[in-house]
Ligand binder design. Structure first.
Ligand SMILES: [Zn+2]
Length: 145
C-alpha cells in the first residue's frame, strides 16, 4: 500500500467531483477545467477513491440504487478490495456433476480451502435456491437449473 493517499476533490465551479493523488499540484476539474478544487475526502486506496468519485457524480436517486445494489452484493464492491473473494456461483457450478447435481461434499471441501466455512456454503446454497439457480431434490441434495 505504501503511504500514497488519494483525494476526492470537489469543484468549486461546477460542483462535480474529480480524483487525484494527494499532494498533486495544479490539478484541474475533469469536468469544467476549473483549478478551484476543494478536497472532499482522502483515501489510502485508489479504488475506494475512484468509487467515491463516481458515486459522488451520480444523480442522487441513481446513487442510492447503486449503493443498495452494492450492499446486497458485496463481492461487486471494489472497496472491499484487497482480499480475493471466492465466487460462490463459480464454485457451485464447478462442484456440479455431469448430471447437474451438486456434490455438496466436494463443494464444502473446495470452499474450506479458500477460507469459507460450511455454514457460509449453506448460505450460498439457500440464496441460489431463492434466486432460482438451484433446486432442492432432497435433504442435502441440490441440482443446478
Ligand atoms: Zn468543475
Amino acid at each position: 500500500m505504501g503511504d500514497q493517499r488519494w483525494d476526492m476533490l470537489r469543484c468549486d465551479s461546477c460542483g462535480r467531483s474529480s480524483g487525484g493523488r494527494s499532494g498533486q499540484r495544479s490539478i484541474a476539474c475533469r469536468h469544467c477545467g476549473s483549478s478551484s478544487l476543494t478536497i472532499a475526502e482522502s483515501f489510502d486506496n485508489a479504488g475506494q477513491m475512484a468509487q467515491a468519485v463516481s458515486s459522488a457524480n451520480l444523480p442522487p436517486e441513481i446513487r442510492k440504487e447503486v449503493e443498495d445494489a452494492l450492499s446486497r452484493r458485496p463481492e461487486l464492491n471494489p472497496s472491499n478490495g484487497g482480499a480475493i473473494r471466492p465466487n460462490p456461483v463459480r464454485m457451485i457450478q464447478s462442484a456440479a456433476k455431469d448430471d447437474g447435481s451438486i456434490d455438496m461434499e466436494l463443494l464444502v471441501r473446495e470452499a474450506v480451502k479458500v477460507g469459507v466455512d460450511e455454514d457460509e456454503v449453506k448460505r450460498w446454497i439457500e440464496v441460489s435456491e431463492i434466486e432460482g439457480a438451484l433446486i432442492r431434490e432432497g435433504p442435502g441434495e441440490y441440482r443446478l437449473l
